[in-house]
Design a protein around this ligand. Structure first.
Ligand SMILES: C[S@@+](CC[C@H](N)C(=O)[O-])C[C@H]1O[C@@H](n2cnc3c(N)ncnc32)[C@H](O)[C@@H]1O
Length: 214
């Protein structure tokens, strides 16, 4: 049965809304994830920063420490509530937005997203990267981290069905991008990307090669 993509993306948002109180557990449990966040200081994050799908703000504080300003957006008011309590820096603002139905109101020096690209359906990859391009100032960079193919062995990461503590079940999108393949897909979309594996994760830095198509 073909699943209607709009309802799948709505269910993905519902999943993260319901998961908000459980979300930070994965950061408490996984040392490799905490080490990855600690790498935020080495990433090329600078100036006015846009963080897409900020979740509970695990990355927001470390990013804000390197930013002139940071605007963090997410579709879930529940995770935004946790992020607002976690990150109180005066250079940070939080906004609720569905990035698949949103146009950036201004341009930023860095657009960052952690563990969101794998939730973008292949059919929306081009539109998503056009939104990122529209959010970047000239010379700006997109920086992202995500699970890579090495995470495929973990059922709880690779599965497109997720369960919460109360037993409720949700369908989500999960695409584990292989770095060389994603580099090629991004090149076809007009991006120059450097994407590297790091343990089970991938870290990517991408720059538009041309002015984005309106
Ligand atoms: C795997 S979590 C990543 C959160 C955070 N970046 C991190 O690394 O901890 C995915 C996030 O995407 C958000 N999200 C899902 N669909 C979204 C959409 N259409 N627009 C904006 N955010 C969305 C969820 O609410 C959730 O916070």
């Amino acid at each position: 049965m073909e699943i209607d993509e709009d309802s799948l993306l709505a269910e993905q948002i519902s999943y993260y809304r319901a998961r908000a109180p459980e979300y930070d557990r994965v950061y408490a449990e996984r040392e490799d994830l905490r080490k990855l966040v600690a790498l935020a200081g080495d990433l090329p994050v600078a100036g006015d920063v846009l963080e897409l799908a900020c979740g509970t703000g695990q990355w927001t504080g470390p990013l804000a420490a390197r930013a002139r300003s940071l605007t963090a957006v997410d579709a879930s008011p529940e995770v935004l509530g946790i992020a607002r309590a976690r990150v109180t820096s005066s250079n940070v603002r939080f906004d609720r937005a569905d990035v698949f139905r949103w146009q950036p109101p201004r341009r930023y020096d860095t657009v960052f997203f952690a563990f969101f690209l794998s939730h973008v359906p292949p059919s929306r990859l081009g539109d998503f990267w056009n939104t990122v391009a529209a959010a970047l100032a000239p010379g700006g960079k997109a920086v992202f981290v995500d699970e890579g193919p090495a995470a495929a062995a973990r059922e709880e990461v690779a599965s497109d069905v997720r369960r919460l503590d109360d037993g409720s079940q949700y369908r989500i999108v999960k695409v584990l991008h292989e770095p060389a393949e994603l580099t090629g897909e991004l090149a076809a979309l007009g991006w120059l990307a450097d994407i590297r594996p790091r343990g089970e994760f991938i870290i990517g830095i991408a720059e538009p090669r041309s002015v984005p198509v309106a």
